[in-house]
Design a protein around this ligand. Structure first.
Ligand SMILES: *Cc1c(COP(=O)(O)O)cnc(C)c1O
Length: 455
């Protein structure tokens, strides 16, 4: 525990000097901040000594828990070697080892790893590669220079390119004049189906919008970007089974590169190492970040096929080089953490033990349907979204001013659980290492918080 004088000066300085992400600073300044000092396993501890369960894996990144011995030690060992060395013109040991392992575990066909440092940069890289590919592939088709993305659902990061392929108006509308145009298609959202149909009787009619857009515009389309299985930031929208593989088939049929953004769903979140595995989908490009280092350090990668990589080979004066690179690309400490993260997956058999926990989570979510204001409960593996509605029968949303999602998470905090809402969707994303007891406690607190706030 930090001494009281120091706590009040930390609070003061936070409010005086920091601008927090995705945060209305007016609200922030009016509230007492929680300042985290330590973490262990599934828990966070603040400077006052209060302990909380980490129900959102420190924004979807923590995999095997905080202060996981093996990862701590791998980073310390790497510090004893070197902490940073550039990948521009040089290589380094942990980055090489990691690239080889990523290719081994990724969907077959992805054979080359391009490093960066956040999900957003991994997406920028995928977009630029897909665009450039058509300019310089063996039979160039420079007219294929646009992208298909998902309306009202896609989230691929906050840089201008990734915002261009985003579709969440609240986050993205302001920047519209800065963005490049895309072909936007409807995403599946069964609870609020844009066709007014219900699954499975609909026979996935929602895919027709994509099919029509591809049919009409494929000559102009370089690639399509999709979050496999779960449109996460849009509110944990789980696609109907078979949707992803239909998207893959359509991309192949129309010769459009498929970019799978596994930044949120990768590294075990859905119950498999990568979400594409559930439907045996092989994307042309795949982006990973969040869970890659087990939640320790910023690192990302864009994986591509040999066909894409080879289109960038040529003599220097042919100017086929991919002129892109971030200063901390392939950082050795981050790569060492990522290698240790993968070691723990193997040694703990994380994905095997996870299956039972996923079932336990599914069973414990059943009782939420008793609550009047719970409209929809969506789960894919260890990703959960509970959509709260003002009126269950008509599926009417709460008025925005009610801020019901924030009220629920503040209530949960009082009871010792840190979670974060997406609008009126309560997100539950515990570390994969969570124990049965911790998982039950998380669900109990969420249930009670929803009941108290909406009851
Ligand atoms: C979080 C996220 C990103 C952006 O990652 P950052 O590391 O925050 O830049 C991109 N795509 C998806 C699907 C994400 O969930």
């Amino acid at each position: 525990m930090t001494d009281p004088f120091e706590i009040s000066s930390l609070e003061h300085d936070d409010k005086r000097y920091i601008w927090h992400p995705f945060t209305q600073m007016k609200d922030w300044l009016a509230r007492k901040p929680i300042i985290i000092a330590e973490g262990f396993g599934s828990y966070l501890k603040d400077v006052e000594g209060n302990v909380y369960l980490d129900g959102v894996s420190s924004l979807w990144v923590t995999v095997h828990g905080h202060r996981r011995k093996e990862i701590d030690q791998a980073i310390i060992a790497q510090i004893g070697q070197i902490s940073h060395s550039t990948m521009l013109g040089l290589s380094n040991v942990p980055a090489i080892r990691l690239a080889r392992r990523l290719v081994q575990i990724a969907p077959a066909g992805l054979t080359r790893v391009f490093y960066s440092d956040s999900g957003s940069t991994a997406v920028e890289i995928a977009l630029k590669m897909a665009f450039q590919y058509w300019q310089q592939c063996p039979d160039p088709r420079p007219r294929k220079n646009r992208f298909i993305s998902f309306k009202n659902a896609a989230y691929h990061g906050d840089t201008i390119g990734s915002v261009s392929v985003g579709g969440i108006d609240l986050f993205h509308a302001t920047y519209r004049p800065l963005l490049f145009p895309t072909f936007q298609v409807e995403a599946p959202y069964c609870y609020r189906c844009f066709k007014g149909l219900s699954h499975p009787r609909c026979e996935m009619a929602c895919i027709e919008d994509l099919e029509a857009t591809l049919g009409e515009h494929h000559e102009e389309v370089a690639g399509l970007i999709i979050e496999p299985l779960v449109q996460a930031a849009a509110g944990m929208l789980v696609a109907p089974p078979g949707y992803l593989s239909r998207v893959r088939d359509l991309c192949s049929k129309y010769d459009v590169l498929m970019i799978a953004d596994e930044v949120a769903v990768g590294f075990g979140r859905t119950g498999r190492m990568f979400a594409c595995e559930h439907e045996d989908v092989h994307p042309d490009l795949m982006t990973v970040a969040k869970g890659i280092t087990g939640g320790y350090l910023p690192l990302a990668a864009t994986l591509v096929t040999e066909r894409i990589h080879n289109a960038f080979l040529g003599d220097v004066d042919e100017k086929k080089t991919f002129y892109h690179g971030h200063t901390y690309t392939g950082n050795p400490l981050a790569c060492a953490a990522a290698n240790a993260n993968l070691d723990v997956f193997e040694n703990d058999r994380t994905l095997e033990t996870l299956q039972v926990k996923i079932d336990r989570l599914r069973a414990s979510l059943q009782r939420f349907s008793d609550l009047e204001h719970v409209g929809d409960v969506r789960q894919c593996g260890f990703m959960v979204g509970i959509e709260l509605v003002h009126d269950g029968a008509s599926r009417t949303a709460y008025p925005t001013v009610e801020n019901v999602g924030v009220k629920v998470i503040l209530q949960a905090r009082e009871m010792g659980l840190i979670i974060r809402p997406l609008g009126d969707v309560i997100v539950i994303m515990p570390p994969l290492s969570v124990s049965d007891e911790e998982l039950d406690r998380i669900i109990d607190i969420v249930y009670e918080s929803v009941q108290r706030v909406t009851g």
